[in-house]
Design a protein around this ligand. Structure first.
Ligand SMILES: [Zn+2]
Length: 197
């Protein structure tokens, strides 16, 4: 059974943060803020209530890949530039302008392309680091397609880098994850990266 997000607790804590910031949680503009934030958290952290296996089940509709010999073919399927958001676990800051590109070599199961977008979107709804978004998406796509050959390229801006500290707006963080043949075969990985970029 999925875990549940404790909405009431979040409301209490946000109210405490407002007090700690020295503001009045009872003034008109802030009165409903704890409620609004907890509602927002419920939505943007929905993926925290689901395991990778549960996400794979949710979006796991596949088609049979008939007359196909994956031992001799290395045909790639690429879904490019899926927009997602997430939150960095170090600062609870928004990671935004994120684009996820997924590549995989089909075996006997083919996943609907829109399902890959929905998997990426749901994985984004967690408190995490960008690297983990890549490994989690790769794991789920692998669970669904039964293919161990998956690659994920992610670029994104992190609010904790662009809005504080050194303040470098436009700084893109890029991460890659490759499994199976992509990890073992340099040529194949280079070919994939050419298509993914
Ligand atoms: Zn951060």
């Amino acid at each position: 059974m999925p875990k549940k997000i404790d909405i009431k607790k979040i409301e209490e804590c946000i109210r405490e943060i407002i007090v700690a910031l020295g503001d009045d949680p009872n003034r008109e503009g802030l009165l409903d803020t704890p409620k609004r934030v907890s509602k927002m958290y419920e939505e943007v952290f929905q993926g925290m209530t689901l395991s990778n296996g549960e996400i794979a089940e949710m979006f796991g509709t596949t088609f049979e890949n008939e007359d196909y010999d994956s031992e001799t073919h290395n045909n790639m399927v690429v879904v490019k530039d899926i927009p997602i958001n997430s939150y960095c676990e170090h600062h609870l800051a928004l990671m935004y302008n994120m684009k996820v590109t997924v590549v995989y070599i089909p075996k006997d199961k083919i996943i609907g392309l829109s399902k890959i977008s929905r998997i990426a979107d749901m994985v984004g709804r967690r408190l995490q680091l960008q690297e983990r978004i890549g490994t989690d998406i790769a794991e789920i796509v692998s669970m669904v397609t039964k293919s161990s050959d998956v690659g994920v390229l992610i670029t994104g801006e992190h609010g904790c880098m662009t809005s504080r500290g050194i303040k470098k707006p436009g700084t893109l963080t890029t991460t890659t994850t490759f499994t199976g043949k992509f990890q073992n075969n340099d040529l194949l990985r280079q070919e994939a990266l050419l298509i993914m970029r």
